[in-house]
Write a protein that binds this ligand. Sequence first.
Ligand code: COA
Length: 320
Amino acid sequence: MTTRIIGTGSCPGDHVVSNGDLAKIVETSHEWIYTRTGIQTRHLSTGLGTSGMAAEAAKLACDNANINPEDLDLILLATSTPEYCFPNGACQVQEKLGAVNAAAFDISAACSGFIFALQTAGSFLASGTFRNILVIGADDLSKITDWGDRGTCVLFGDGAGAVVVRAEETGCFHGIMKADGKKGKVLSCPARSEGNFLTGKTPEMGYISMDGQEVFKFAVKKVPECISQLLSEQKISKEEIRYYILHQANKRILEAVAKRLDEPVEKFPMNIGEYGNTSAASIPILLDEMNREGKLDRGDKLVLAGFGGGLTWGSVLLEW
Ligand code: COA
């Protein structure tokens, strides 16, 4: 059994914030942000939050797949911004969808989360454990962003993207997942500060911190390596790949990956300009846009790749 995506959906944050808007709250400019990242706007969520955006994207994906939520066997939600420690966000989505027959749990792998969740789903489908799985990437990063830190606050946005995957006899689906915990501090966000009745401190939420140049170097080295390994293991030539759908972190990272793979940048679709970096949501949002714009044909071979905090990275080769 292999894995095929049979439906997609997405729900970006509802409020558009331009680079000019951010220049009013921190010392920055449209010129600085755009030339270094390709970002022009980002969408922030003012109401729905992680589970609300995830559920909206999921409903659209189920409609697109022509599947009843009751037929879902499992919901996987990749997120770094759950609203609760428990119940997990996937259970909140299950409730909102009425997917009463689905098990549900979250996956935490930062911006690689969707790639890790998709591969987890693929393993369940390959083993025959489940038949229909909803895989969501959703993040409400604006809630863990330090809006006084110009080094990070200009980069991120909120949103959710979802796919329904089904076990099928034909097609292809292979993946690689990697992690390097030694580099965890390069891109991190503490869950809660230490505090209890013994210390006398009240726990506080933490915010994203990042060594931008280290992350940049990591991404442009590891992502092409990982994709090359995947293609070579599966004996697939670059010419057979229609699109590389990568985590939308930075236009310059995507261009550098294209260059290192010696592939035309036109094979790397981008929507970073509109949404900024939406972490686990960026790949399924882009997939959904391409699907709805009719840019994907059955049989197309696609490479998906994500990278981010952990550090984590990974790629998936699949047939549309
Ligand atoms: N506006 C204006 N100036 C800014 C700024 C902003 N938003 N953010 C930082 N700067 C300043 C810095 O303070 C620094 O000033 P200094 O030279 O006076 O100290 C200068 O710009 C250069 O900073 P630097 O960090 O070296 O810039 P950079 O060229 O590396 O670009 C990033 C910064 C974040 C755009 C870049 O490193 C990057 O994209 N890294 C990858 C980040 C990423 O994708 N993370 C998520 C991965 S999932």
